[in-house]
Ligand binder design. Structure first.
Ligand SMILES: O=C(O)CCC(=O)C1=CC=C[C@@H](O)[C@@H]1C(=O)O
Ligand SMILES: [Mg+2]
Length: 338
């Protein structure tokens, strides 16, 4: 256990791993750690392509949840969007119908797919969600400005109207230009969670709303601070978190809902993308709503604790090394203190 963490009252760490039902964000296997402290368990599950400095935000978020007692929830549930990965149209329709959600967020512009497939996926989602449902798309910064303008026109039509387009292009300047040129709202995701200055996009007036994730922004309090400063509507989304990360997202969404800053359904239903419950943790969502109750399961006493001993050993070692690097990087985080 790194000394810095022990000094904050962290007394147990569990590494977990779960296969995904479908490839999402180019991964088939999701991993992370849970840290136990005076306030219970917190999650730290940065993607493996993030370096120690970027991942230190995720560690700060996990430390916050494990050490800071939050007030009891005032809302019971947060409305969710169903997340539709890059899958064939029939599968997309099934995912939407099964969720019961009235808002869908559909992944588009995937390098392994094309615009014609995106058109078909959106048409199937509209059919499944009905005329009154809302459809959002997320391009994960795949387009340049002219590709974005043309694709958004086509996809808006295929979807029978879009609620918004998330991160059509990489840079703030491009987002601003696309926002000028299309009649669909533009949301910023990577331009907030991976930016040197998470407020740059708001300052530039380059987005109509923000998609906010707790772990990449270093915790609920820092995320709230950014939302307050940005003065834009917000949708809280998951970072493909497991139960404790999702719970933190729900608590942020609750705060924003109480302030009137939440823009509809949140992207916190992603535990359904996992093939199984992580260490027996039940999915806290019914597909259309997320419970704000903190999971009360104690992973350390779970008998399976991630399968065969060999896998457990390798997983623990890998995360112990990474945790040491992340905790070293904590003071270099780009804004605020945990
Ligand atoms: O917002 C949602 O509905 C689900 C979360 C989601 O789409 C994402 C989670 C984590 C990594 C990202 O590639 C992806 C996103 O870009 O929003
Ligand atoms: Mg996104």
């Amino acid at each position: 256990m790194p000394q810095k963490l022990a000094a904050k009252g962290i007394d147990a760490i569990v590494a977990w791993q779960v296969p995904m039902r479908v490839k999402f964000r180019r991964i088939w296997l999701r991993e992370g750690i849970w840290l136990h402290g005076p306030a219970g368990w917190g999650e730290c599950s940065p993607f493996w392509d993030y370096d120690a400095v970027e991942s230190a935000h995720w560690l700060a978020a996990g430390l916050e949840t494990a050490t800071l007692e939050l007030p009891l929830p005032q809302l019971n549930a947060i409305p969710l969007n169903v997340t539709v990965p890059v899958v064939p149209p029939e599968r997309a329709a099934e995912i939407v119908a099964k969720s019961g959600a009235s808002t869908a967020k559909v992944k588009v512009a995937d390098p392994g797919s094309d615009l014609a497939a995106d058109v078909q996926r959106l048409a199937a989602v509209r059919e499944a969600i009905g005329d009154t449902g809302k459809i959002r798309i997320d391009a994960n910064a795949a387009w340049d400005v002219s590709q974005a303008v043309s694709a958004i026109g086509i996809l808006n039509q295929a979807a029978g109207g879009l609620d918004y387009v998330e991160q059509p292009c990489p840079s703030v300047a491009e987002l601003a230009e696309v926002k000028q040129k299309v009649g669909v709202r533009i949301a910023a995701d990577e331009s907030v969670r991976r930016a040197e200055d998470p407020l740059a996009v708001a300052k530039a007036g380059a987005a109509d709303l923000l998609v906010i994730k707790v772990q990449p922004l270093g915790g609920i309090r820092q995320a709230l601070h950014i939302c307050e400063a940005a003065q834009l509507p917000v949708v809280v989304s998951s970072a493909l978190d497991a139960a404790y990360g999702i719970w933190a997202g729900g608590r942020l969404a609750e705060q924003l809902a109480l302030k009137g800053q939440l823009d509809g359904a949140c992207g916190l239903g992603t535990m359904s993308l996992f093939t199984e419950d992580v260490l027996g943790q039940a999915n806290p969502s019914d597909g259309a709503h997320l419970s704000t109750q903190k999971p009360d399961f104690d992973p350390i006493y779970h008998p399976s604790e991630n399968g065969p001993e060999q896998v457990r050993h390798e997983l623990r070692e890998r995360w112990a090394t990474r945790l040491a690097a992340m905790s070293q990087a904590l003071p270099e985080r780009r804004f605020g203190k945990p």
